[in-house]
Design a protein around this ligand. Structure first.
Ligand SMILES: [Fe+2]
Ligand SMILES: [Fe+2]
Length: 193
């Protein structure tokens, strides 16, 4: 089957139930190529939404994310872990009450289960540094003590999150991370949904 440019193929129907095998082969091809071509740009657009208000901290959340990724990069972490660090708070502007879950869902198809687990649980683990100041349990993360990823998540928060609010740190610009984003998000997905 010849390639079909995205601007020359349109289905003849208006209800998905009426589609054919050939239609869905074309649609899948278009969707995959379009999604891959635009994904990193969309992620960067959302990251820009984290710029601006510092919300009481000394730096904004976009810089916090770049500082996290910069520290991970300079510590020799893997490409996917640097990308995970860069995006770990992308959910702040999309799901403030579930920001860890949003970031985890974004990276999940392209990274290891450990990296996904760290991103998914970093919010709770980060609570070790402040939950007790709000009347909560700073040790809440210990409920995951049996997880093989527990120590990795503890280290993420200690090395790449709680300490990444420093206006004096020479964090790298976003463009330095674009090749890593392109590389990780062009991997064959572990699954699709
Ligand atoms: Fe976070
Ligand atoms: Fe963070």
């Amino acid at each position: 089957m010849a390639d079909t440019p995205t601007d020359t193929f349109t289905v003849s129907w208006t209800a998905m139930a009426d589609g054919t095998v050939e239609d869905y082969a074309q649609l899948s091809k278009i969707f995959e190529s379009h999604g891959r071509e635009t994904l990193v740009g969309h992620l960067l657009s959302v990251m820009r939404l984290l710029e601006g208000p510092t919300l009481g901290y000394q730096i904004d959340r976009e810089r916090h994310c770049r500082q996290s990724a910069t520290r991970a990069l300079r510590n020799g972490e893997s490409d996917e872990f640097v990308v995970a660090a860069l995006l770990h708070d992308i959910g702040d502007v999309l799901a403030p009450d579930n920001h860890s879950g949003v970031a985890a869902a974004i990276v999940a198809p392209y990274v290891s289960s450990e990296t996904e687990w760290v991103v998914r649980h970093h919010g709770l683990f980060q609570g070790y540094y402040y939950f007790h100041h709000l009347g909560g349990d700073r040790h809440a993360r210990e409920r995951y003590g049996e997880s093989p990823h527990y120590d990795r998540c503890v280290d993420f928060c200690a090395s790449y999150d709680q300490n990444c609010f420093d206006p004096a740190y020479d964090d790298l610009p976003m463009e330095d991370f674009v090749p890593l984003l392109e590389q990780v998000f062009s991997r064959p997905p572990n699954y699709t949904a």
